[in-house]
Design a protein around this ligand. Structure first.
Ligand SMILES: NC(=O)c1ccc[n+]([C@@H]2O[C@H](COP(=O)([O-])OP(=O)(O)OC[C@H]3O[C@@H](n4cnc5c(N)ncnc54)[C@H](O)[C@@H]3O)[C@@H](O)[C@H]2O)c1
Ligand SMILES: CC(C)[C@H](C(=O)O)[C@@H](O)C(=O)O
Ligand SMILES: [Mg+2]
Length: 372
């Protein structure tokens, strides 16, 4: 029986439309092979929405996201809108969308594809076996605390506030422990508890939640040390769980373990099955419109969509296997290619993934139901 799914697609700015085109192609091909019929609704978001309707997150966009089973997003932002007032900034749309949909848990896996060691600036022997998952809290912390600008006797003053409530920490820690159970059963909770009160609450809650998961090992690490250890001994990490801003920074750093930020996908989920799927990287204005962006992060985000929103582990693994095959054949986009090597364009790489995907058969050993 054909499964009906409704997907909101928000290409956004910069390279967003180019990479999303490849993501949608792969989504449709996987849908054909694994028995889906998709209703796909496109929406405006970010700077391109500001230009068209003077609103980075138009009501219609929010509406199609609410009605959808999953949202696929490219990227938002760029120099054209960097001086806009806060309410007209493209990034505001993304933050609001995550908050409105209640997507508090952001999964950012970083796994090394064999053969890509040479694309990283780190030594191959440090990278061998890298397979970690950053679980980033996504709807709290300094991103969403009170912000203020004021004039004082000594000049202008700006305030951002970092707030966490225990229930916000508890629910993200629980997710981290659950996901660690499906992996190598190790959680590193990253904070700045030597300085920040919110981090001391974070640590206290982490200890409490850990009591319910005796099969999972919990360590605490200060964020400055983690920033170092992640490139010093990356294979020591399994699941890293951390607050919003630390997770933003550490996940970009983790990209270097894989060779390029163009490879890192993400899934943002809340209480239900609806999720937002987007690459970890941004709109890369410097290469926008040239057709050279790496579409892998977006394609792997589509795999995460099948896994987390549609509960379809088989389709997710087929997409991941197709990407692995293409990389194993030596295909590279510009960000991964060695100097002087021929690089594929964004759509050429996407086409190669489609060809490999067509060869993938459902694996009978994988349960159809995903680890949600
Ligand atoms: N989720 C999002 O929408 C998101 C995420 C991060 C940054 N941004 C926005 O994007 C804009 C640019 O930010 P930035 O330059 O700090 O970060 P960025 O991630 O856009 O780019 C960082 C570097 O990585 C390269 N890069 C990124 N994605 C790539 C890909 N798929 N293939 C090849 N190379 C790639 C870029 O060319 C650049 O050199 C800003 O406006 C920022 O706010 C948006
Ligand atoms: C664009 C920006 C608001 C966003 C964030 O900081 O969350 C981005 O950097 C990300 O990692 O998704
Ligand atoms: Mg970021």
């Amino acid at each position: 029986m054909t499964k009906q799914r409704h997907v909101a697609v928000l290409p956004g700015d910069g390279i967003g439309p180019e990479i999303v085109e490849e993501g949608v192609k792969v989504m449709k091909q996987a849908g054909e092979q694994f028995g889906y019929h998709f209703q796909v609704d496109f929406g405006l978001i970010g700077g391109s929405a500001v230009d068209r309707v003077q609103n980075p997150l138009p009501t219609e966009t929010l509406q199609i996201c609410w009605e959808a089973d999953a949202v696929l997003l490219g990227a938002v932002g760029g120099p054209a809108w960097d001086k806009n007032p806060p309410e007209l900034r493209p990034e505001k749309a993304l933050l609001r969308l995550r908050k409105e949909l209640g997507l508090f848990a952001n999964l950012r896996p970083a796994k090394l594809f064999s053969g890509l060691e040479q694309s990283s600036t780190l030594k191959a022997e440090v990278l061998e076996g890298v397979d970690l998952l950053v679980v980033r809290e996504l709807t709290g912390g300094i991103y969403f605390g009170e912000k203020r600008r004021e004039q004082t006797e000594r000049g202008e003053k700006a305030t951002d506030t970092l707030v966490y409530q225990d229930y916000e920490v508890e629910r993200i820690l629980r997710r981290a422990f659950e996901w660690a159970r499906n992996r190598r059963k190790k959680v590193t909770s990253v904070d700045k508890a030597n300085v920040l009160e919110s981090s001391r609450l974070w640590r206290q809650v982490a200890e409490r939640v850990a009591g319910e998961y005796p099969d999972v090992k919990l360590d605490h690490m200060l964020v400055d040390n983690c920033a170092m250890q992640i490139i010093h001994r990356p294979t020591d990490f399994d699941v890293i769980v951390t607050e919003n801003m630390f997770g933003d920074i550490l996940s970009d750093e983790a990209a270097i373990l894989t060779g390029s930020i163009g490879l890192l996908p993400s899934a943002s989920i809340g209480e239900g099955n609806r999720g937002l799927y987007e690459p970890v990287h941004g709109s890369a204005p410097g290469i926008a419109g040239e057709g050279v962006a790496n579409p892998v992060a977006t394609i792997l985000s589509v795999a995460m969509m099948f896994r987390h929103s549609f509960g379809d582990e088989q389709a997710a693994r087929a997409i991941e296997a197709a990407v692995t095959c293409v990389l194993n054949q030596g295909a590279r986009t510009m960000d991964l290619a060695a100097p002087g090597d021929l690089a594929l364009s964004t759509d050429q790489f996407g086409d190669r993934v489609i060809e490999e995907l067509k060869q993938q058969q459902p694996d009978p050993h994988i349960p159809v139901e995903a680890m949600m």
